[in-house]
Design a protein around this ligand. Structure first.
Ligand code: SF4
Length: 262
């Protein structure tokens, strides 16, 4: 039997991207509203329509300023609007060769708001969603059926996650299909989801699960999509420590250790 190795320390949460998305999300409707009100002041013909358009643009910009507890209360409406902007401008970002940066900026802006919302009142019922592609592709451990099947050989992030999940009694799912992850989230009804996935799936998740606040962590894809992917385990630990009410002090539960099989 191996000796238990030290798990990665949580550390502070990293700075979030998101400035570009937020600037566009606010700047475009505010700019349009200003133009519409100037047009209404200068042209008496069609003034009502300009005023209506300006007011609509202001209303659209307003939801981007909602934060804290209000963000949780109005989460569905706020995220529907944000997702609309993210998806509408994605083709333009693709055209400019900045598609992934645009999606990650949207994810970062979302994370900033989630962090602010849970800064004073941590989540009590949290679900972690991980993609199956973090498991080493040549590993035969049946972790989809039972996370405890992982032999913690250290060749992929699953072992570290399994030990931390056991120690802290985290609720989590590793799934091989997005729709299964969405179903798990809807059935479990968490206060917060912490989701790890590739940028494309994170955007889809944030677009589809607008009822639930989601803190997202992007995968890195050193071997292209869906094969032996990786993510920052310390980032996941830091998110759980910062956003989630602890369920059990560290050290109460023995970690699982087996000889590696991969
Ligand atoms: S046994 Fe090793 S390679 Fe397989 S899932 Fe666990 S840590 Fe990853």
């Amino acid at each position: 039997m191996k000796q238990p190795r030290a798990l990665p320390a949580p550390g502070p949460l990293p700075d979030e991207a998101g400035a570009v998305f937020q600037a566009v999300r606010r700047g475009l409707p505010l700019g349009f509203a200003a133009l519409a009100f100037v047009a209404a002041a200068m042209h008496s013909a069609g003034r009502g329509w300009w005023l209506l358009a300006g007011t609509g643009a202001l209303a659209s910009a307003w939801s981007s300023f909602i934060g804290g507890e209000a963000f949780l209360r109005k989460h569905h409406a706020v995220m529907q609007q944000d997702a609309l902007w993210a998806n509408a401008l994605r083709p333009l970002a693709r055209l400019l060769g900045r598609e992934e940066a645009w999606i990650l900026s949207f994810c970062g802006a979302n994370n900033r708001r989630v962090r602010a919302a849970f800064a004073n009142r941590r989540a009590r019922r949290t679900l972690i969603l991980l993609p199956h592609c973090i498991q080493l592709s040549r590993c035969k451990a049946e972790i989809l059926d039972d996370l405890g099947a992982c032999y913690d050989c250290g060749l992929c992030p699953v072992g570290d996650y399994m030990n931390a999940a056991l120690l802290n009694r985290w609720e989590g799912r590793i799934t091989n299909r997005s729709h299964k992850a969405y179903r798990e989230a809807r059935e479990y009804r968490p206060d917060l989801v912490v989701a790890v996935s590739c940028p494309d799936r994170l955007l889809k998740g944030l677009t589809k699960l607008t009822d639930i606040p989601i803190y997202v962590i992007p995968l890195s894809l050193p071997h292209a999509m869906c094969v032996d992917t990786d993510f920052s385990v310390p980032h996941l630990f830091a998110a759980m420590e910062a956003l989630v009410e602890p369920r059990r002090p560290l050290g109460d539960v023995q970690t699982l250790r087996h000889e590696g099989i991969a």
